[in-house]
Design a protein. Structure first.
Ligand SMILES: Cc1cc2nc3c(=O)[nH]c(=O)nc-3n(C[C@H](O)[C@H](O)[C@H](O)COP(=O)(O)OP(=O)(O)OC[C@H]3O[C@@H](n4cnc5c(N)ncnc54)[C@H](O)[C@@H]3O)c2cc1C
Length: 290
C-alpha cells in the first residue's frame, strides 16, 4: 500500500531536492500558443502578480477541473453511474490486512486502510444523497450491516476524521495532445474508484510522456511524442474497462431487472470461485504490464 498522499509528499520532496520550483496558490491559469513551439502559461502568483511561463512543451497534469483539457480539441466519452460513494476516514486501527469489497442487497461497501491507525470505509449511496442524513451512528450501523459475515462485523469504530460523498464517473478525452500541450492523468480521464486505478493511470501517462519528451527535447526525435496519445489511450481504455467491470459487478444497480440481478450474482460467484478470473483481476488491479 502506497497511499496517494504519501506519493504526493514524496514527489514534492524529490522536486525540492532536485532544486526544482513548485508554485502554490496560483490563480487565473491559462495556456496559449500551443500550436507553436513556444507555448505559454499565464497565471497570477500567490501575491496576485501576473506571471508568464514561456515553455518548450506543456504537460497538462491539472486534474479534471483544470484549464488544459479545454484547450485541446477532443472527443469526450462520458458515463455517469446511478450511485455515489459515501466515504469516511476513521481513527480506528484496521482489523484486516487486505481490502474487503462487499456486495450486499443494501448496496456495496468497501473496507480499506490508510495507515496502521486509520481506516477508510465507503458505502454505496444515491447520487444525490444528502450528507446531513448520515450522522456517524447511521454510517457505522450501515457498515456493520453490509460487511458482517456470519453475524460478525470486521469494522472497528473510532472518531471520524472526514466524511464526504464522491460521484462515480467514467470519462475519456481523446486525443490527449494538441500541438505542444500534452494531457496526463485526470486531466484526460476519470475512472470510478472501485478499481483503484486513477493515480496509477496518471503515473503511467507521465512515465510514457517523460520518455517521449526526453527524446524530443534532447535528441530532437518526435516519434514518441507523435504516438503518445494513441499509446497512452490503449492503457487508459483497458483501465476504464476494468474499473467499469468492477463497478458493475459489485454495486446494486437500481435499474436492473430480476434477470440482470441473477446474471450479476453469477458473474460474482464465478469470479470468486475461478482461479482464471481471480488472476485476471489481480493482473488488472496490480497494474498491466508496460
Ligand atoms: C475517493 C477517491 C479514492 C481514490 N482512490 C484511488 C486509489 O485507491 N488508487 C488510485 O490509483 N487512485 C485513486 N483515486 C484517484 C486519484 O486520486 C486521481 O486519479 C489522481 O489524483 C489523479 O492525479 P492527477 O495528478 O492527474 O490529478 P490531481 O490529483 O487532481 O492533481 C491536479 C493538480 O492540478 C492542480 N490544478 C488544478 N487546476 C489548476 C489551475 N487552474 N491552475 C493550477 N493548478 C491547477 C490541482 O491543484 C492539483 O494539484 C481516488 C480518487 C477518489 C476521489
Amino acid at each position: 500500500m502506497y497511499g496517494q498522499q504519501e506519493v504526493v509528499k514524496d514527489l514534492i520532496d524529490a522536486r525540492n531536492r532536485d532544486g526544482g520550483q513548485i508554485l502554490f496558490d496560483v490563480s487565473d491559469t491559462a495556456v496559449h500558443d500551443i500550436d507553436t513551439d513556444r507555448p505559454r502559461i499565464t497565471f497570477r502568483d500567490a501575491d496576485g502578480q501576473a506571471q508568464e511561463l514561456v515553455c518548450d512543451v506543456i504537460a497538462g497534469c491539472d486534474g479534471f477541473h483544470g484549464p488544459s483539457r479545454k484547450a485541446v480539441p477532443h472527443d469526450a466519452y462520458d458515463h455517469t453511474y446511478p450511485f455515489a460513494w459515501l466515504g469516511i476516514l476513521a481513527k480506528a486501527a484496521p482489523t484486516r490486512e487486505e481490502l474487503a469489497y462487499t456486495y450486499h442487497e443494501r448496496g456495496f461497501a468497501l473496507y480499506s486502510m490508510r495507515s496502521p491507525e486509520i481506516t477508510r470505509l465507503y458505502l454505496q449511496v444515491a447520487p444525490d444523497e444528502d450528507l446531513n442524513e448520515w450522522p456517524d451512528d447511521r454510517v457505522w450501523a450501515e457498515l456493520h450491516t453490509r460487511m458482517a459475515v456470519d453475524g460478525e462485523s470486521p469494522v472497528l469504530e473510532g472518531p471520524l476524521l472526514d466524511k464526504g460523498i464522491t460521484a462515480m464517473r467514467s470519462f475519456v478525452a481523446a486525443p490527449m495532445r494538441h500541438g505542444r500541450l500534452f494531457l496526463a492523468g485526470d486531466a484526460a480521464h476519470i475512472v470510478p474508484p472501485t478499481g483503484a486505478k486513477g493515480m496509477n493511470l496518471a503515473v503511467a501517462d507521465v512515465r510514457l510522456l517523460s520518455l517521449a519528451l526526453t527524446e524530443l527535447l534532447k535528441r530532437n526525435d518526435s516519434r514518441l511524442v507523435e504516438s503518445y496519445s494513441d499509446t497512452a489511450l490503449q492503457r487508459v481504455w483497458k483501465a476504464e474497462a476494468f474499473s467499469w467491470k468492477m463497478t458493475s459487478m459489485l454495486h446494486i444497480l437500481p435499474t436492473a431487472d430480476a434477470f440482470q440481478r441473477q446474471v450479476q450474482l453469477a458473474e460474482l460467484r464465478y469470479t470468486a470461485g475461478s482461479r482464471a478470473a481471480l488472476t485476471s483481476i489481480a493482473e488488472n488491479y496490480v497494474g498491466l504490464p508496460w
